[in-house]
Design a protein around this ligand. Structure first.
Ligand code: OAD
Ligand code: ZN
Length: 248
């Protein structure tokens, strides 16, 4: 894959860079995406698992599903896509990762300024008194949904479920960063879930150069300036390599 010269030129003069990522960036770490050929939502219905009513109806089942997903995340490692993003961040005065993923792999890869739009599967909180429970022992020891030590309320994962608001202030901060960015990379997302999918639109409206990296065309492909088809874990290192050569 050849990296277009225009993209390298844009990177050379960019001061502010934003990465907007989705499940596809973690696919090469062995974590299933939601949509597409092997997507989780082909087999399971989000309304049966990823919403508050489902949790209240069958908290043990929903908890067990999150235990299972946590185990997968825990057994996986950041891949070259996550690692390259963390490395690229060191080259720009202002850089942000806005992710829809809850797997914390950007954090484990060493990225900074991460805004998690859909929460983080490593955190839990009590639905009644909002006490947070983050320890690994707690997460993995419990087979049934745990009860809050302070008030006895049910403890749920700190992820955004269908029909819920995004964490307060995080989306606004992401939009602000998007509107300031000179380049916005859109990596491994189908860009169909709102309000998250407004982030690249905000970036574009404010003049950012949009680069999409995905294994297939998406809803947003027609609107981007540069569409690179292929795996994030291969294309991102390639961009980094060519960028480092270009600035020598
Ligand atoms: P999707 O599963 O909708 O999309 C994943 C995208 O990654 C697809 O466009 C794939 O083509 C692409 N892809 C797969 N492997 C790739 C690879 N190796 N390199 C590059 N691209 C690859 O996931 P999201 O867009 O993240 O919400 O989904 C958005 C939200 O929908 C999720 O955050 C989740 C879900 O319901 C909540 O849980 C609130
Ligand atoms: Zn409580």
């Amino acid at each position: 894959m050849n990296i277009p010269n225009k993209l390298l030129a844009e990177l050379k003069r960019a001061k502010s860079i934003l990465f907007f990522t989705g499940a596809g960036i973690s696919a090469e770490s062995g974590i299933s995406t939601f949509r597409g050929e092997h997507g989780i939502w082909n087999k399971l219905k989000p309304e049966e698992l990823a919403n508050f009513d489902a949790f209240m109806k069958n908290p043990d089942m929903v908890w067990e599903w999150y235990q299972y997903r946590r185990q997968i995340v825990d057994d996986s490692e950041p891949n070259p896509g996550h690692i390259t993003i963390a490395e690229m961040q060191n080259h720009f005065e202002n850089s942000t990762v806005v992710t829809q993923n809850v797997d914390n792999l950007h954090g484990r890869a060493g990225s900074k300024n991460i805004l998690e739009l859909h929460g983080n599967i490593e955190r839990n909180f009590c639905i009644d008194c909002k006490t947070y429970y983050n320890s690994r022992e707690f997460q993995f020891a419990e087979k049934h949904v745990p009860k809050c030590e302070k008030c006895g309320g049910l403890v749920r994962p700190d992820v955004v479920w269908f029909g819920e608001m995004l964490p307060a202030g995080v989306f606004e901060e992401a939009e602000r960063k998007a509107s300031e960015s000179d380049i916005c990379f859109i990596v491994g997302t189908s860009a169909v879930v709102y309000p998250a999918a407004y982030i690249p639109i905000s970036a574009k409206q404010n003049g950012a150069y949009l680069v999409e990296i995905n294994i297939e065309l998406t809803n947003i492909s027609d609107s981007v300036d540069c569409c690179l088809i292929g795996k994030a874990g291969e294309i991102l290192p390639r961009i980094m390599e060519e960028y480092l050569t270009a600035i020598k």
